[in-house]
Design a protein around this ligand. Structure first.
Ligand code: GAR
Length: 206
């Protein structure tokens, strides 16, 4: 059984999609703990409703970024987590964290990487930038996490149409419904079944 730990900052709809899919599709995995970078994140309620252990760890409570990274890493290590899912996690963690879980962290990003990603591109900002650029197709990407923001090996992508009358909010909703909530659970399933292999920085299916 794959032990999954989640990092969240907000509503947690991606976390919900993963937990639902684990039950529905008999994925051999269990979400064992959920850590939020913010007090009051609704994602915490979703976890508590399933009796999943939760914690709030705020960066501002630690003297340095490295201390924060090390505390998070320690938390997940103590719980023997095999996979860490960034599920709407709005902080970028440094090498002190990512080096300890190489190829065992995945993230969902609400665009087709390498477009509209990197520092400053998160949440609604991504969809605002998409609309400003006038592109007609966007989507979502699941990728392995590395120390470079949104630059790790790509696991799955799904395209979504941009419509003329979209607002950032309507586009965000469509990208979540049509892409994120579909490909994120699928990626967890592939990982749990040990079907993902990284060859020269490119993800291949086993
Ligand atoms: C999702 O759209 C996710 O892709 C995005 O934030 C939203 C979180 O929603 N993540 C990022 O922008 C990370 N760079 P959720 O809390 O309901 O899953």
């Amino acid at each position: 059984m794959l032990r999954v730990g989640a990092l969240v900052s907000g509503g947690g709809t991606n976390l919900q999609a993963i937990m639902d899919a684990i039950d529905r599709d008999n994925i051999d995995a269990e979400v064992v703990c959920v850590v939020s970078s913010k007090d009051g994140a609704y994602a915490l309620e979703r976890a508590k409703a399933r009796n999943i252990e939760t914690a709030v760890m705020r960066k501002k409570d630690y003297p340095t970024s490295k201390d924060y990274d090390l505390a998070l890493a320690d938390y997940f290590k103590r719980r023997n987590v095999d996979l860490i899912v960034y599920a709407g996690f709005m902080l970028i963690l440094g090498e002190a964290f990512v080096n300890q879980f190489e190829n065992r962290m995945i993230n969902i990003h609400p665009s087709l990487i390498p477009s509209f990603c990197g520092k400053g591109f998160y949440g609604l900002h991504v969809h605002e930038a998409v609309l400003k650029a006038g592109v007609k197709v966007t989507g979502a990407t699941v990728h392995f996490v590395t120390a470079e923001c949104d630059a790790g090996p790509i696991i799955l992508q799904k395209a979504v149409d941009v419509l003329d009358d979209d607002t950032p909010e309507t586009l965000q909703k469509r990208v979540m419904e049509q892409a994120e909530w579909v490909i994120y659970p699928e990626a967890v399933k592939l990982f749990a079944e040990n079907k993902l292999e990284i060859v020269d920085g490119i993800v291949k299916r086993r």
